[in-house]
Design a protein around this ligand. Structure first.
Ligand SMILES: [Fe+2]
Ligand SMILES: [Fe+2]
Length: 237
């Protein structure tokens, strides 16, 4: 986690650094473990198209938090699946991919969505085999990846978590950011279009709560009241 240096003395002239809890004591602080770092490193060359690498990292973080609230799901399935789910976009031409996911798509590029799922499952199988993941786990992970966008029902709780982590990302700051230039939207339009697609489609109540929390921050950021604070220099940015 990035560390920014600053004075250890607060406004009251006192030091509080001894009160800061250890990483492991804070609910929700996460970083990638050894297994996932290896899978991520092997997946990265396939995630360079569009913003798939950053999308994957944010979706991974969301999946980690959902697993905390839904511990009956299997992290050794969900986490490799979310890291690898979009590797198949590397086999689809960039402009075809944009056509396939555009808000005004007419279905004529659906083949590209199916291709990224099928090829993603194939690439995932190669990477997971290289990473030494057990064969039965590989089968389940690949089954989740193949259909993660087009299959409207979930195969299992593990599948639900992968689908929800992927979709909650849409209302993250990064998800809102990337939709703007991609589809010619301003920020408020991007919040509306992404927010519409990141609630009703979610499978778990936990993901719905996360989506609403992210929407709360985005909407207050865009509010006239926050705009006013920004314009009089009460906020940075
Ligand atoms: Fe996808
Ligand atoms: Fe995705």
């Amino acid at each position: 986690m990035k560390n920014v240096s600053r004075s250890p003395i607060n406004l009251l002239g006192r030091k509080v650094s001894h009160l800061i809890p250890a990483f492991d004591d804070v609910p929700g602080i996460i970083s990638m473990g050894e297994r996932d770092t290896l899978i991520w490193q092997l997946a990265q060359p396939y995630l360079r198209t569009r913003d798939n690498d950053a999308h994957t990292l944010y979706s991974y973080g969301i999946a980690r938090q959902l697993l905390r609230r839904l511990p009956e799901a299997h992290e050794h399935i969900v986490l490799p699946a979310i890291i690898l789910h979009d590797t198949g976009w590397s086999t689809v031409d960039e402009s075809d991919a944009i056509q396939a996911i555009a808000p005004d798509r007419d279905g004529s590029y659906s083949w590209a969505v199916f291709q990224h799922e099928k090829e993603g499952a194939r690439i995932a199988r190669e990477i997971l085999t290289e990473a030494g993941i057990p064969a039965t786990d590989i089968d389940e992970i690949c089954e989740i990846i193949d259909g993660h966008d087009t299959r409207l029902t979930a195969l299992s709780l593990n599948d639900k978590l992968v689908k929800d982590s992927d979709k909650v990302w849409r209302v993250s700051p990064h998800g809102i950011d990337v939709a703007m230039p991609r589809f010619g939207l301003d920020r408020e339009e991007s919040v509306r279009i992404n927010g519409y697609r990141a609630y009703d489609d979610l499978f778990t109540d936990e993901a719905k709560s996360m989506s609403l929390a992210l929407m709360a921050v985005e909407c207050m950021d865009l509010s006239p009241q926050m705009y006013k604070l920004r314009s009089i220099g009460r906020l940075n940015g």
